[in-house]
Write a protein that binds this ligand. Structure first.
Ligand code: ZN
Length: 146
């Protein structure tokens, strides 16, 4: 069954009702004030106005709409593309003890490898310096020619 929208002219509310197509043109009682309401075409409500940087649905009831859902207050902090009142902050699952131990082991192993690399690098550097010194020595103190 399709979803239809109805506008209450008494309380200026818009509500949606899922009902059979043949019943769609019939008036529907407002869930707020029980007044008979006429169906509105969805195209009439695809219009939004921007106010205070937020899209507002027409007719303007003073609320805000975001991702097709009503926002009843303006949050101080909102992330883009997320409904401020619906999307919950995703909590990161705490690691299981085994996972944590594995992670620590992995970090230790990574550091050990890095340390080993640095040590090798130092050794190579020392070797190169020694070689250079050896090469330079004869030049610095040339042997007297006989
Ligand atoms: Zn109403």
């Amino acid at each position: 069954m399709p979803l239809y929208e109805y506008l209450c002219e008494d309380c200026e509310g818009i509500f949606e009702v899922v009902r059979p197509i043949r019943e769609a043109p019939e008036p529907q009682p407002c869930p707020e004030c029980d007044e008979e309401c006429e169906r509105v075409m969805p195209s009439a409500f695809s219009a939004f106005v921007m106010r205070q940087g937020y899209p507002r649905r027409i007719p303007d009831r003073g609320n805000y709409w975001h991702l097709g859902q009503e926002v009843t207050y303006l949050p101080k902090k909102a992330r883009p593309y997320e409904h401020p009142q619906v999307t919950k902050r995703r909590e990161q699952e705490p690691l299981a003890t085994q996972d944590y131990t594995d992670l620590v082991d992995q970090k230790i192993a990574e550091r050990r490898i890095a340390r080993e690399d640095r040590r090798k690098e130092r050794e190579l550097k020392k070797d190169r310096m020694a070689k250079k010194a050896k090469e330079l020595k004869p030049a610095a103190h040339p042997k007297p020619r006989s």
